[in-house]
Structures are given as structure tokens and as C-alpha cells.
Design a binder for this molecule. Sequence first.
Ligand code: HEC
Ligand code: HEC
Length: 203
Amino acid sequence: MIYFSRSLVSTTALFGAVVFLSSINPVSAADIAAGKAKAELCVACHGPGGNSTNAEIPSLSGQPPQAISVALFRFREGGRKNPIMSPIAAGLSNADMNNLAAYFSSVERISTHETKAANLVAGPQLANKYNCTQCHGPNLLGLQHIPRIAGQQYEYLIAQLRGFKAQTRSDIDGNMSSAAANLNGEDIDALSDYIAGMGYKSN
Ligand code: HEC
Ligand code: HEC
């Protein structure tokens, strides 16, 4: 992963997440079942199986498990702050986080966003030009702690990209703030419209 140029242990938050990651065991059916039971609270907001029906609340379905558990860990430890998620994560143990991650990652992602025709052309070009595919993967499905963005909720994507650019959304290693720094408002709209629709039936 050539883009991790900054020191990997440059912040305490990242160091904590790396230690946490090393304690993650392979996903088992029992983890998924335990996560599903625990997920009742979550699906009220994140939608059935973690397929969100609210454009501002992210889908969790089909996300690499580490991306979910690291996000929860960082909400709990304060590296990422949100008035809704921080108190929810405060009540979760490491085992809860891993089980929830195992469950949501096992559910297929459903996109209900239809991309505008122009952005079906412009989107992939921007994703290559700005190296989104280098880190998030060729189909933007994420890997390890790097989140899946394909089929993510449109308004949520716009808000996160604006937040990274303005440096108001916390960022585990600074890579995303650098990646978003050169995007203008039109790029953010076109990329979000394209990415949200990835996996939509007719796209
Ligand atoms: C009251 C609504 C609500 C509930 C309940 C809720 N969430 Fe969230 N969740 C949100 C919102 C809103 C965000 C976006 C926060 C942000 O903008 O940083 C979010 C973000 C997240 C993220 C980060 C996703 C990403 O793509 O970075 C994860 C992971 C998450 N929630 C997991 C959970 C889990 C697991 C539960 C149940 C234990 C849960 N949430 C319960 C509203 C909720
Ligand atoms: C150098 C690697 C790298 C590049 C290049 C990169 N990303 Fe990211 N991206 C990340 C990492 C790591 C995170 C997780 C950040 C965190 O939560 O602290 C992330 C998070 C995100 C998120 C938030 C997802 C969520 O669920 O909250 C979005 C949206 C995103 N990236 C979109 C993009 C787009 C669009 C591009 C291209 C313009 C891009 N990224 C380029 C590494 C990268």
C-alpha cells in the first residue's frame, strides 16, 4: 500500500486501533449470530441488515469487518466524534464491536441510488484521477480498515468528503484529508453521485 507514506504510528489513536486490530480473530458463524442479536439497536437508524434508507445515515452492509470495528473503536475512544455514535459506542465491548462487524459485513449491500448519466462517465475518471481506486480498491469495495464506499448513501458521501476537505471529519492517518484537499464542489457532487449508485440495478 504505497500511499501510507505518513508514519503509521504517528498518533495514539492510530496506535490504539492497530493494537485493537491485532486482537481481531477470523469471522465465525457464532460471531455473526451474536452480532445480529446485538444489531437490533443499530438497524433502527442504519436500516434492515445495515442497508440504510436514510440518505444521511451510512449503510454498514457489505463493509469490510475491520472498517466497521475500527470506526466503532475510534468513536468509543474519542478519535472520531459524533453526538449520536460516540455515546452508543461507549457502551460496546471489543467483542461486541467484532461481532457487529462480522454481522453487518455478511449482509449484501443494496444501492437504491440512480446515478445521472453524465456522472456514469465522469465518476470513474475522477476516481482514477484522484487515486480513490488506489486505496479503496478497483471497485471501491474497501479492504481491511479502508471503508467500502461503493453503494454508500449519497448525502453521507457528500458530507464526509466536504468534512475531510475542511478537516472537520477526523481521519485515522491524514490520508483522506490529503485525498480530498484537491476536490472542488463539483468533483465532490459528481463522485458522490457515481459512487452512491455503484451496484444499483441499472447502473
Ligand atoms: C440514532 C441513530 C443511530 C443508531 C441507533 C446507531 N447509529 Fe451508527 N451512525 C449514525 C449516524 C448518524 C452515523 C454517521 C456519523 C458521522 O457522520 O460520523 C453513524 C455512523 C456509524 C458508523 C460509521 C460508518 C462509516 O461508514 O464510517 C458505524 C460503524 C456505526 N454507525 C455503527 C453502528 C452500530 C454498530 C450501531 C448499533 C450498536 C449503531 N451504529 C447505532 C446513527 C446511528
Ligand atoms: C491514501 C489512501 C486513500 C485515498 C487515495 C482515498 N481514500 Fe478515502 N479513505 C481512506 C481511509 C484510510 C479512510 C478511513 C478514514 C477514517 O475513517 O479515519 C477513507 C475514508 C473515506 C470515506 C468515508 C467513508 C465512510 O464510510 O465514512 C469516503 C467517502 C472516502 N474515503 C472517499 C474517497 C474518495 C472519493 C477518494 C478519491 C477522491 C478517496 N477516498 C481516496 C483512504 C484513502
